[in-house]
Write a protein that binds this ligand. Structure first.
Ligand SMILES: Cc1ncc(C[n+]2csc(CCOP(=O)(O)OP(=O)(O)O)c2C)c(N)n1
Ligand SMILES: CC(=O)[C@@H](O)[C@H](O)COP(=O)(O)O
Ligand SMILES: [Mg+2]
Length: 634
């Protein structure tokens, strides 16, 4: 790193630079970013695309006094580097290190915590109107991507903002990409806005006039009207009550800075909400990422000279890949199957399904609520929808799951990926709550496969039911259990005893069965693979309670309201008095970091489970050899 970047410890330093210094600074920043993310892994192509925008926003606006809200926040690495966290970038997304998203407690420049998309306009509007209410002179800026813009919540916010005089700027960072190629009518509309004569005309006129315009509201207004009148009818965003400016080149600091300066004046003159459409390239400046922004959306570590290299040996299939395989196999057998993803085709393992069954594949954009109600509509007509959705993103569609699916008892399968610890993304993405929030909904069943084969089979069981069923599985690979040759159901609502011991019985829900089995070796305990958090295998729970002095439940989900709570409710309802130790995620948000390390810290690895059981139930443990091992783990 040479001179410029190392001298920037805050945006105040940046604002001391002369305008011609911004271009070399941006180049240094991009180079630093490439080297840094290559060492840590993390979101890459989106950050390469926001380098100039970040420099320009901090240069023109008075951050942190002016509020800058980044939608999703996966593109905030340049912002982190310029706001005093350059020296901590090597700790990005690691245990104890800085987050990959904006976090209010991490920096005063992180005006709002984000990671789930499409919240920025609402939050920035709240901040802008709060400033007005308190008589403070402050602007608020939301930066939102074209993918994030597809969510209903973004439009709810536009709808509200457009009838206010809020000092709010919405910057649409349009790189014509979500994680995958963008979908839907909005994308088509944005492409139209950028195409042909309008883009060329608006850009050249905008550059010429916006950069030299006197800071007079009326003049700026007249120019805007004139330019638009000449070229296109009012844009959608104007219909929503915003002053629309753009599209402009989001990598051209010579356009960005003067345009933002003029917008800042408009805000200060009380012109109300402004909408700036900037065009950027995902992966800008790193050729491999420009060519393949999907691979470089969130890569692991890589050599920046070489790029991302596929592993020499094919890795163990992830649970997402197992789901993708099952989806294709089942789609071949049943023409009624429809696969739905809210903008997570790659992460959910649906690339192959999309390729083979394009007419039965729906990427609905970042629209979890719509995805669930859309599935409900399909199910009403006798089709068999499978909604592949991350546990954390289903939180968005809770009412739709209750009101549209469960209340009408519709056979929708929820393939709940990323259930449990997710690792580097941290608390915003942790799949901690799905068992508690689904368990209390009538008609909904929840399966918790312990390995890949069981995942495949339980998806089949779920698909055969005539009511909603969620199958929850974690990020990454499991123990590597070989898949059955074809879809074959496991019994609905039934668990199994995997190891018979004495004194203490461990009831495992999901993949933590395997550390539980290891712990049980040392403890001489019984272990049951419960498979279903709902319905509980009542007979199995009661038999285990009868035959043991104490029970332990283990799950990779919140203890509060989780599967262990279900076991305790059953025992209480049956009047069975047995001590129960519930192990799982505690009542706090789980930080980012390596998943194995986090599980160990939470006492959810084999050693931790053994330790907790000894601490609590040492007296009940029987120091005798194991009586019987049933179905040894694969
Ligand atoms: C509610 C929600 N659904 C899905 C995601 C996963 N997700 C993160 S970034 C992203 C794509 C966003 O596209 P865009 O806003 O255009 O930003 P870009 O990646 O192009 O920079 C998606 C789908 C999310 N973070 N939040
Ligand atoms: C920012 C965001 O929400 C996604 O990019 C997410 O980080 C993807 O997570 P996975 O890597 O688990 O698919
Ligand atoms: Mg985008």
């Amino acid at each position: 790193m040479n001179g410029l970047l190392s001298s920037i410890d805050s945006p105040a330093d940046l604002r001391r630079l002369a305008r011609p210094q911004l271009r070399p600074l941006a180049d240094e920043l991009r180079e630093f970013l490439v080297q840094s993310v290559a060492r840590t892994g993390g979101h890459f192509s989106s950050n390469l695309g926001t380098v100039e925008l970040t420099v320009a926003l901090h240069y023109v606006f008075d951050t942190p006094h002016d509020r800058l809200v980044w939608d999703v926040g996966h593109q905030t690495y340049p912002h982190k580097i310029l706001t005093g966290r350059r020296e901590r970038m090597h700790t990005l997304r690691q245990l104890g290190g800085i987050s990959g998203f904006p976090v209010r407690s991490e920096s005063e420049y992180d005006a709002f915590g984000t990671a789930h998309s499409s919240t920025s306009i609402s939050a920035a509007l709240g901040m802008a109107l709060a400033a007005q209410a308190k008589g403070e002179r402050r602007r608020a800026v939301a930066v939102i991507g074209d993918g994030a813009m597809t969510a209903g919540m973004a439009f709810e916010a536009l709808n509200n903002a457009g009838v206010t005089k809020a000092p709010l700027l919405v910057v649409l960072n349009d790189n014509d990409m979500s994680i995958s190629p963008p979908v839907g009518a909005l994308n088509r509309y944005l492409a139209q806005l950028m195409s042909g004569r309008f883009y060329a005309a608006a850009r050249s006129v905008g550059r010429q006039v916006l950069s030299v315009a006197p800071p007079l509201l009326e003049f700026a207004r007249r120019f805007e009207e004139h330019a638009k009148g000449m070229v296109v009818p009012a844009t959608l965003f104007e219909k929503f009550g915003f002053n629309y400016i753009g599209p402009i080149d989001g990598h051209d600091l010579e356009s960005l800075v003067p345009t933002l300066e003029n917008i800042r004046r408009l805000l200060d003159d009380g012109a109300g909400p402004q909408f700036l459409h900037v065009v950027t390239k995902k992966g800008q400046g790193y050729k491999l990422a420009e060519a393949d922004p999907i691979t470089y959306h969130g890569p692991g570590k890589f050599d920046p000279q070489v790029g991302v290299v596929p592993p020499a040996q094919p890795p163990k299939p992830t649970f997402s890949a197992v789901f993708g395989q099952w989806l294709c196999d089942m789609a071949e057998r049943d023409k009624r199957l429809i696969g739905i993803t809210p903008a997570m085709r790659e992460g959910s393992g649906m690339v192959e399904f999309h390729r083979r069954f394009p007419d039965r594949y729906y990427d609905v954009g970042i629209a979890e609520q719509h995805a669930v109600t859309f599935a409900a509509g399909l199910a009403c007509e006798g089709l068999k929808p499978v909604v592949a959705i991350y546990s954390t993103f289903l939180q968005r569609a809770y009412d739709q799951a209750i009101h549209d699916v469960a209340l009408q008892n519709l056979p929708v399968v929820f393939a709940l990926d990323r259930a449990g610890i997710v690792g580097a993304d941290g608390p915003t993405h942790c799949g901690a709550y799905d068992i508690p929030f689904l368990r209390c909904i009538p008609n909904v069943a929840i399966a918790c496969p312990s390995d890949e084969a069981e995942c495949y089979q339980l998806l089949t069981t779920a698909y055969e039911q005539s009511h909603p069923v969620a199958v929850r599985y974690p990020r990454g690979a499991g123990v590597g259990a070989a898949l059955p040759r074809e879809p074959q159901a496991l019994p609905y609502g039934r668990g199994e005893v995997r190891r018979r011991g004495r004194g203490v019985a461990i009831l495992a829900f999901g993949t933590l069965l395997h550390p539980a089995l290891q712990a049980a070796e040392a403890l001489g305990a019984t272990v049951a693979n419960m498979r279903w958090a709902k319905p509980l295998d009542r007979d199995l729970v009661l038999a285990l309670a009868r035959d043991h002095e104490a029970l332990v439940t283990v799950e990779e989900g919140a203890i509060a309201g989780g599967a262990g709570a279900a076991v305790m409710e059953l025992l209480a309802a049956e009047g069975v008095v047995r001590p129960v130790l519930p192990l799982g995620l505690p009542d706090r948000f789980i930080e980012h970091g390596d998943p194995a390390l986090l599980l160990a810290r939470l006492g959810l690895d084999a050693a931790g489970i053994e330790r907790s059981v000894r601490d609590r139930f040492g007296a009940h443990l029987v120091a005798r050899p194991v009586l019987e091992v049933v179905h040894p783990a694969a």
